[in-house]
Design a protein around this ligand. Structure first.
Ligand code: IMP
Ligand code: MG
Length: 199
């Protein structure tokens, strides 16, 4: 049987956050979001592809918080940031829009990671124009070192070190997303980097 994690072993320098630490962070975020949206309908907007797992796990965790939202829907939006694969350029493209309107809904944007902040800013501006009842943002990982906007983060899971991170939805050239933990790549893995796409 092929073990994907084993085949990635040589590319991974070290684990940064274990599956247990991620679950604990999701739980904390879920409690805060549930309390702030108690007995109100809530729409989570997961940002693909990176926030695929964050949004799914968050939705399930919020569902079991006592006195949480009256209903929860999960929708996904797909954007792409172009850059040299290890850093986004700030040029954001909308690849797939939401399935449903957010007008009148309490919306929480769910992102995997915020680095320069331009992707989250773009989404805030885009969804803010659609008249949601409320709009806030939740990020699992915050990399505050290269911020180019003062975009608001209402719910922050973990502060990440200033390095490129993979796993739990985060990829490097579409690899490593399915790892259940968050890891730092060996710098050797970047040696062949060209113009790529991250997101
Ligand atoms: P931004 O720089 O805040 O606009 O982040 C843009 C996007 O780049 C994020 O939504 C992630 O999908 C991706 N990204 C930023 N940092 C990392 C990283 O360390 N690993 C994997 N993807 C990242
Ligand atoms: Mg992302």
């Amino acid at each position: 049987m092929i073990n994907i994690a084993n085949s990635y072993d040589s590319a991974i320098a070290r684990e940064l956050f274990s599956a247990g630490e991620i679950a604990a962070a999701i739980e904390r975020l879920a409690t805060a979001i549930a309390q702030d949206h108690s007995r109100q309908p809530l729409t989570l907007v997961g940002v693909l592809k990176g926030a695929l797992y964050v949004a799914a796990d968050l939705a399930r965790a919020i569902s079991v918080v006592p006195d949480g939202p009256s209903d929860i829907s999960v929708d996904y939006i797909c954007v792409s940031s172009y850059g040299n694969a290890a850093r986004s350029s700030g040029e954001v493209r909308l690849l797939k829009d939401l399935g449903d309107p957010v007008s009148g809904r309490n919306v929480v944007i769910v992102e995997d990671i915020v680095d320069n902040g331009l992707t989250l800013q773009y989404l805030h501006d885009l969804l803010g124009r659609r008249n949601p009842a409320s709009l806030s943002s939740c990020v699992l990982l915050d990399k505050p070192y290269r911020r180019q906007t003062d975009v608001r983060i209402d719910y922050r899971g973990l502060v990440a070190p200033d390095t490129f991170i993979v796993g739990y939805g985060l990829d490097y050239q579409e690899k490593f997303r399915s790892l259940p933990y968050l890891a730092k790549l060996r710098s050797r893995a970047f040696e062949d980097q060209g113009t790529g796409q991250i997101g």
